[in-house]
Design a protein around this ligand. Structure first.
Ligand SMILES: Cc1cc2nc3c(=O)[nH]c(=O)nc-3n(C[C@H](O)[C@H](O)[C@H](O)COP(=O)(O)OP(=O)(O)OC[C@H]3O[C@@H](n4cnc5c(N)ncnc54)[C@H](O)[C@@H]3O)c2cc1C
Length: 386
């Protein structure tokens, strides 16, 4: 059976052989992981690319965690010059205090997002993309020609890719807004990393919510993520502080750098992902994992699919390809999302991890990306889990 995660590479190689040169550049709005990798692929294949970014170097709020699957799928990420650390275990804690540590056979690489994003932008520039610093204020259309209005002036383009994150201007202008059910709220703090090799995750009483501590290089990221509906920033911040006080008793934290941010996760209502002359990738398309809220891998993967479609001269193929990819990635995620976060289940789950090496191995394989939601259920069913 074809592993269609490998298709973008095949298509990009194929498309490079009969690339169609058009006079109009591709305008990519947003140079996070989705936009910068799209720019890298298109410019490497000889397309003229204008890559717009308005972050001004400020850091994207993120845990910066990248599992082994991402680096296997996109090996060029291993070579980017960005400070990183490697976490080789995860401590899971259930609401009732039960805990279990899972050793990772393949570590999770943790990046500080400012360095990671800057390295990706350099890669895009090195491959020939033009980076234009400044916010895009509006996009307009005259027939097949787009106008991009920015702080740095006006630019023309033949195609617009919206890689502008959770509050995407491109989505707001050309597609429908996200349903609130597709959105999660994250709130937390940047604090010194006291345990540089271990990630901590705690299941909370709150529905579909968990707390994390990611020891990124520089400052660690600690936070709580919960469905946006019913979540309030101050309550989540309070839960982070209470959790950290239990996790590191006696330690005094500097809570002077709070943050809050939205993650759009996969939801069937996030489509359409494209229209005539435009497409959405990454958070702007709403491709993050609806359970873990991991988004970097899925954002880059969506860009690989769009690059393949553009280079093949068949932009319309992008929507169905992305839908198939997301369904195959998250099709089995409904059950975990319903039960994973119920206190009884999280207690049993953590107890199981603490007691059984086989269960820890299954979770280790899931975290590295060797198992997905569908086959993790099958694999767990084959174990003698008492
Ligand atoms: C608190 C938190 C923790 C997370 N932790 C993880 C994690 O550990 N691992 C993981 O895989 N995922 C994590 N995610 C999800 C992940 O951060 C996102 O899925 C990922 O960053 C999406 O990449 P992107 O390129 O689509 O968007 P972004 O990274 O948001 O990049 C969008 C870019 O567009 C720019 N932009 C926006 N509007 C405009 C405009 N009008 N003009 C010009 N530029 C514009 C922005 O400045 C930004 O640079 C986390 C998210 C949050 C909120």
């Amino acid at each position: 059976m074809i592993n269609y995660l490998s298709i973008p590479w095949i298509m990009i190689m194929h498309a490079r052989q009969h690339i169609q040169h058009t006079p109009e550049p591709v305008a990519i709005i947003g140079a996070g992981p989705a936009g910068a990798s799209l720019a890298y692929w298109l410019a490497s294949a000889g397309r003229e690319v204008l890559l717009f970014d308005g972050s001004g170097g400020s850091e994207k709020h993120c845990g910066g965690g990248v599992p082994a699957r991402t680096l296997d799928q996109f090996p060029w990420l291993r070579d980017i010059a960005s400070p990183s650390t490697q976490a080789n275990s995860i401590l899971f804690t259930a609401d009732r205090g039960q805990s279990a540590e899972v050793a990772l056979s393949r570590p999770i690489t943790l990046y500080a997002r400012s360095g990671f994003d800057a390295a990706l932008r350099n890669l895009a520039r090195g491959s020939g993309a033009t980076l234009i610093a400044g916010r895009v204020r509006a996009i307009g259309r005259d027939g097949p020609c787009w106008t991009v209005r920015t702080d740095a002036g006006e630019f023309s383009a033949g195609f617009i890719a919206g890689a502008d994150g959770a509050s995407s201007l491109v989505r707001r202008t050309l597609a429908q807004p996200f349903s609130r059910r597709a959105l999660s709220l994250c709130a937390g703090y940047y604090i010194p990393a006291s345990d540089p090799r271990r990630i901590s995750v705690a299941f909370l009483k709150r529905r579909a919510a968990y707390a994390w501590f990611f020891p990124c290089p520089g400052l660690a990221s600690a936070g709580v993520v919960a469905p946006l509906i019913g979540a309030r920033r101050e309550e989540l911040l309070h839960e982070v502080r209470a959790w950290l006080a239990g996790l590191y008793p006696g330690q005094v934290f500097d809570f002077s750098r709070p943050y809050a941010a939205i993650v759009p996760t996969y939801h069937r209502g996030n489509a359409p992902y494209r229209g005539e002359g435009w497409a959405l990738v990454g958070d702007a398309a709403g491709v993050a994992d609806p359970v873990t809220r991991e988004g970097i891998y899925f954002s880059i993967q969506s860009s690989a699919l769009l690059a393949a479609a553009i280079l093949d001269g068949n932009n319309a193929a992008y929507g169905p390809m992305l839908s198939r990819f997301l369904k195959s990635s998250f099709g089995g995620a409904v059950i975990p999302n319903i039960c994973l976060f119920r206190p009884f289940f999280t207690y049993r789950f953590t107890q199981l991890l603490a007691r059984q090496q086989d269960a820890r191995m299954v979770i280790d394989r899931f975290i590295s990306g060797a198992l997905d939601y569908r086959n993790i259920k099958r694999t767990l069913a084959t174990l003698n889990l008492k």
